[in-house]
Design a protein around this ligand. Structure first.
Ligand code: AMP
Length: 184
């Protein structure tokens, strides 16, 4: 978890590689559906371009199918899911069914000024259609309103790991590995 620009996608990939499990990014799945022009992509794009969350019903079903795939059998890392309290409940149900257990929830913390700087840089390098100033602002608001409350839920469950997301990529990865007890 972490606000837009915290480095979730980058770190998710590094951590998943280390644990030899797939990184399942709901944002990436939506974006690939958008480029393929699927029905799901057309639906998702409306919300993504406005900086809003794609409805839970659509997102939950997509994750449910993805974690049922063979490569996720021995474990997986979710990047950008769950993002709402309803998704938390849904995920609990899903993994009860698959027999998985939620080991840890990693939250990346980054200064607001640094978030804006990173997202502006990403807008130039990747040209994501939701990295414009207005949409970035809306995404930050939606994160604060809908996703930040999840931090307390997972803290209460004793599985929350808060990581300082400032500094370079390798430093942040090392902090995550240390916190997850995977050495270095
Ligand atoms: P991300 O790449 O994780 O920043 O996600 C990009 C966009 O995809 C978000 O701003 C949402 O519009 C949508 N999205 C990704 N994950 C979710 C989710 N778990 N629930 C709802 N919408 C999502």
């Amino acid at each position: 978890m972490g606000p837009p620009g915290a480095g979730k996608g980058t770190q998710a990939q590094v951590v998943a590689d280390r644990f030899e499990i797939p990184a399942i990014s709901t944002g990436d799945i939506f974006r690939s559906n958008v480029s393929l022009g699927t029905e799901l992509g057309v639906e998702a794009k409306r919300y993504m371009d406005a900086g809003e969350y794609v409805p839970d019903s659509v997102t939950n079903l997509m994750v449910r199918h993805r974690i049922d795939e063979p490569d996720a059998e021995k474990g997986f890392l979710l990047d950008g899911y769950p993002r709402t309290l309803a998704q938390v409940d849904e995920l609990d149900g899903m993994i009860k069914h698959t027999g998985h257990r939620l080991d840890a929830v990693v939250v990346l913390t980054v200064d607001p000024d640094e978030l804006v700087r990173r997202l502006t840089a990403r807008a130039q390098s990747e040209g994501r259609s939701d990295d414009t100033e207005d949409v970035i602002r809306r995404r930050q608001e939606v994160y604060t309103e809908q996703t930040e409350p999840l931090i307390e839920v997972y803290r209460d469950r004793g599985i929350l790991i808060e990581i300082d997301g400032m500094g370079d990529m390798a430093e942040v990865s090392q902090r995550i590995f240390d916190a997850l007890g995977s050495g270095g």
